[in-house]
Design a protein around this ligand. Sequence first.
Ligand code: UD1
Ligand code: UDP
Length: 441
Amino acid sequence: MKIATVLGTRPEIIKMAPIIDEISKRNIDQIILHTGQHYDKEMSDNFFRDLEIRTPDYNIHVGSGTHGKQTGLMMKGIEEILLDEKPDIVLVQGDTNAVLAGALVASKLHIAIGHVEAGLRSYDMTMPEEINRRAADVTSSMYFIPTEESAINLLSEGFSHKNMFITGNTVVDACFRHLEIAEKRGFEEESLKKLNIDNMENILTLTMHRAENVDDKQRVTNIIEALKELDDMNIIFPIHPRTKNTLQNFGLFDELNNLKHVHIIKPLGYLDFLLLTSKSALILTDSGGLQEEAITLDVPALTLRYNTERPETVTAGGNILVGSDKEAIIKNARKILDDGEFAQKMKNAVNPYGQGESAKLTVDAIEENFQRGLLDIKAPEDIMTSFKREMKLIDEDINVKEFEEKHQALIHMVFDGTSMKFPKDDLNLKGMIVSFDLFEK
Ligand code: UD1
Ligand code: UDP
């Protein structure tokens, strides 16, 4: 079996690292294709170093550009490589342009796609990421899904539960493994010099890079106004290159940089960043990965967005959405910083993203599907059978697997009266309303 991983940005490198490692450990043939969307050392190379994974076999060097140009160049480059390498499955992760390009190309070449971190939805079609993740889900044949909530998003859109694997999120694997290494190593000399972190208390880590925030002058201004008032904190801001550019273009960079309590620094390597995060009293972010890491590391988070495709972090109690609303940022930050009991409650939020076994579960499922011949993408050979969609209340003790075998059916959705349930093989259906497709022989 040969597995190809397509990645292109910082979070994809971090979240695919545990899977790349697991594939290597099992001596499975693999290739890594870097699209080159992120190219600064601080946004790419340093992560291969810190996460100790094999470096890419190919780099397409697409660089920066408009969505169409970037995605088009990626597709051309990825297609040439996949035609040559002929992998059995292509893995894409998350929701960047690499995911869109990798999924479109592989699907046209009839290569199976495994979407890592599938099923997330913000329901905000103005986000490029929402378009990318939906397109990837439509073309994928295996879904590695962080939580049951995300699996239910996919079920609601009509995807088959047979292709879904609830694995947790690989960010937990990366966090657990590398925090220990980071703690043993300590901060890099260079980072220490920049920050004098050992003497620092009241750390607030800030990251932001979302187009809808940093490309909007009014929103950035509101956020900066809130930061000005949090002057009892040491605000550490490892700045994303996109954000640095737009702050400079808006003429806001110097204003922020001149605040005594705000420390703008270059993006940190993964180990230093994990250490910084874990020492923070509060995280202020619009990053997807950081919302997940915050709850994994028991650090309260305020998310600078009006929606999130990670609602589990909010319902678990570890994350609060504050948008770019100055008053909401200040009010919630003060509550966390001044009310110990409230902060502790947020820290106690149960991590919904698993125990750090996501990479193992993912590669187990790929190996099993490969052995069962399920990675072959073929046109159906049978003459199409008609099928009926039915819904019924189940009044017997029968689990999902038994029901599907008995009726030659594919369960679509399960309702327990108040909410939808993921149709796990061993879920007892008694008393539940089930909708299913019935295949006629
Ligand atoms: C991309 C992803 C986003 C992800 C983020 C992770 C898409 C559509 N967006 O956004 O989902 O959350 O990565 O960080 O795929 N730049 C540099 N050096 C680099 C990379 C970028 O200077 O190494 C600058 C360029 O000016 C570029 C800008 O940052 O135009 C934006 O980069 P781009 O890769 O287009 O999008 P991100 O904002 O990084
Ligand atoms: N990160 C890092 N150094 C930094 C800032 C972030 O290593 O200076 C890591 C962080 O730990 C997380 C990931 O980058 O795992 C998040 O990436 P980003 O916010 O760029 O993208 P998103 O997750 O929003 O797609």
